[in-house]
Design a protein around this ligand. Sequence first.
Ligand SMILES: Nc1nc2c(c(=O)[nH]1)N[C@H]1C(S)=C(S)[C@@H](COP(=O)(O)OP(=O)(O)OC[C@H]3O[C@@H](n4cnc5c(=O)[nH]c(N)nc54)[C@H](O)[C@@H]3O)O[C@H]1N2
Ligand SMILES: Nc1nc2c(c(=O)[nH]1)N[C@H]1C(S)=C(S)[C@@H](COP(=O)(O)OP(=O)(O)OC[C@H]3O[C@@H](n4cnc5c(=O)[nH]c(N)nc54)[C@H](O)[C@@H]3O)O[C@H]1N2
Ligand SMILES: [Mo]
Length: 763
Amino acid sequence: MPLTSMHWGTYQVVTSDGRVTGLTPFAEDRDPSPIGLSLPELLDHPARIRRPAVRRGWLDHGPGPADGARGTDPFVEIGWDEAERLVAAELDRVRKEHGNSAIYAGSYGWASAGRFHHAQSQIHRFLNCIGGYTRSVNTYSYAAAEVIVPHVLGSFTRLLRQHTSWTSLAAHCELFVAFGGLALGNGQMGNGGTGRHIQREGYEAAVAAGVEFINISPRALDLEAPAPPRTIRLRPTSDTALILALCRTLRAEGLADEPFLARYTVGYDRFAAYLDGETDGICKDAHWASSLTGVPAAEIVALACQMASKRTMVSISWSLTRQQYGEQPFWAAISLAAMLGQIGTPGGGIGFGYAIANYVGNNVDPMPYAALPQGKNSVSDFIPVARVSDMLLTPGASFDYNGRRYTYPDVRLVYWAGGNPFHHHQDLNRLQHAWQRPDTIIMHDWCWNASAKRADIVLPCTTMLERTDIGMTRRDPYIISMTKAAEPVGEARDDYDILAGIARVMGCEDRFCEGRTAEEWVRHLWDQSRRRAAGRGVELPDYDGLVAAEYHRIDTPSEEPVLFADFRADPEANPLPTPSGLIELFSETVAAYGYADCHGHATWNEPDEWLGSVTASHPLHLLCKQPRNKLHSQLDPGAHAARAKVGGHEAVEINPDDAASRGINDGDIVMVSNDRGACLGGAVITPEVMPGVVMMSTGAWFDPCPETGFCRHGNPNILSSDSGTSPLSQGPAAHSCLVEVTRYEGDNPPREAFRPPAFTPRD
Ligand SMILES: Nc1nc2c(c(=O)[nH]1)N[C@H]1C(S)=C(S)[C@@H](COP(=O)(O)OP(=O)(O)OC[C@H]3O[C@@H](n4cnc5c(=O)[nH]c(N)nc54)[C@H](O)[C@@H]3O)O[C@H]1N2
Ligand SMILES: Nc1nc2c(c(=O)[nH]1)N[C@H]1C(S)=C(S)[C@@H](COP(=O)(O)OP(=O)(O)OC[C@H]3O[C@@H](n4cnc5c(=O)[nH]c(N)nc54)[C@H](O)[C@@H]3O)O[C@H]1N2
Ligand SMILES: [Mo]
């Protein structure tokens, strides 16, 4: 049985008569995810895009702002030849009339696993062959961390691969304090593919070894445990205040590790002056934090003392970066870990995102695998990834980012492959408005999701089961040979072949393809990877050997990784890539930027939307977590995702007190609303979420009702705010906003999300 690699695991593909009939778990995976099992049923689902399609109005009137027609117009199916000509001519027109910076291809999204058929790598290489494009920087996952952590510790993404392993935690850690919990359901994912799930086993081994876990979250059981751990509930978005008070308590109790601070950090004196209230007259003690967080002062003091007396891992979830001022909880947590003095010790220190993806805490020898060469982008314009609506709405306006001012380019053409902005972007009503502005929107996808329905030219791509590839990423020890299991449905083509066809019309096929077919590229990337591994003394099978063996596993390094162990051992020989080479508790660089809400050290700023505000616009705090039964919007029409829905809507978890005061019963359809928009959801009443807080998962395919505008299905991004995290990082703050929830008394409107758009004949 051939194997396939997906972000949520590796599976064996069951076929019959040339069709995929099912998937079974990979024999090496002891904790396989059920998510992938929905893919076969969706290959030929009505929502599958079968042929190239063009929006009626665009075909009839040509490019131009759509004035509401994107998302409402029907589509016309056309042949590949015509599609290639239309796309080539429009790209050519835009680059000649407006320059290549008028093409936006940030194209953010998770796409699919598979080294060669990675949609973003393909589209970026192709556009570089025709002169480049406006790009995006940072992620929706942790943009605020990607910008602040390099000022404090060095590259954030590099650190994620070097984390202290679960094995080291089980052997040495005594206390694991998890800000934002430890959502093991999220550990199903490993971007780029994953061979064997290790998060649950790592966690359970740590529990068995006697590590005490504390869950700090507005939701109990966020930290899924054999024995439920202690939870400290706090008001959402107040973590920075709690962490600062822990720091101040360490200081007041004489528990700060002064020798560590002196040797390994800079700026403790400045940070301490802020903690003590010397700079703003407010002492950041436990009483101060108690009123902001709702955590009793005595509990804060006790926690600080407990942390100082044990080998402690301070763990912080990425969700805390996806809120306003999302830099601060991370900077504060690093400062706390530095004051505890355990950074670089086995089982102690700081960790970002244990259990969030399968790789954090895994012990993997990172192989320098080859990737599709990207060429050179001749356009220097970029946007912070979550500023896409701002860019479309205000071309020529300036924006702040990481200490500098930049200008939004005047984008006329948006090209997207491998992402679903009408799932992932915040304030979808605002995005719908902005999305009408460009002349043309081109999209590759395999399913008619909300973004495809809002494009002008839609090109159908294959899924990973319909093409040959290799699943390999330096974050995972498994290399998976992904053999094509079935012919593509309809006229779907690989992203590569789609772009090669357009390149042919534009006269740059040689540059884009270098004379290789897709399979020849796969073989070429493997040969290169094999040579690079050999250079490090690691022998890999040749391509035919890999295909025959179906997978290969890289040996586990004999030493358990401990994050910052080298730095701790010798900070002069192994300095951090910060200006001082040390942990910057005070950053002269950040201070010099002069931002009102991002000072030279971790700082508490009161958020605009939170329950601590006396002028709160709405009474409940909505947290939009990752969906357990799918990856973002992927496979949402499938049976496994359906199991988590309530009456066909996304579940809304609500505390019994809040439900009772609103007359809401379990299973009721509810309306979740604020000034930006509204969506339906299905009530799940549970004491696990604290009073005043409601939780929804992301990923329900956006389905606005044409008459009322509310989302009939339950995509919470119709509610989230489109403000950046801060002028420093300009990241998405979509995780968190204020709402009201009411019982929905109207008829349950039929959901259109999984239906394809309307089609009209060609002429
Ligand atoms: N409110 C709120 N919003 C959030 C978040 C939150 O916490 N709260 N989290 C954010 C985060 S962390 C992230 S990472 C984003 C994720 O947002 P996205 O990455 O945009 O979400 P996906 O659903 O994974 O989108 C991937 C798309 O690629 C398509 N695709 C799959 N394979 C291929 C392929 O081979 N070729 C092509 N062309 N397309 C393919 C899929 O069908 C799907 O439409 O969402 C963000 N949105
Ligand atoms: N199954 C599945 N797994 C996934 C994904 C998926 O779509 N599905 N997406 C993947 C991606 S792209 C990413 S970026 C990661 C994201 O991983 P995370 O960012 O860690 O995940 P979330 O589920 O968004 O949030 C985790 C928890 O944070 C807590 N939380 C929210 N706000 C606050 C707060 O203000 N304070 C405190 N203390 N806690 C808070 C909530 O209780 C929530 O359950 O997950 C990855 N894993
Ligand atoms: Mo993410």
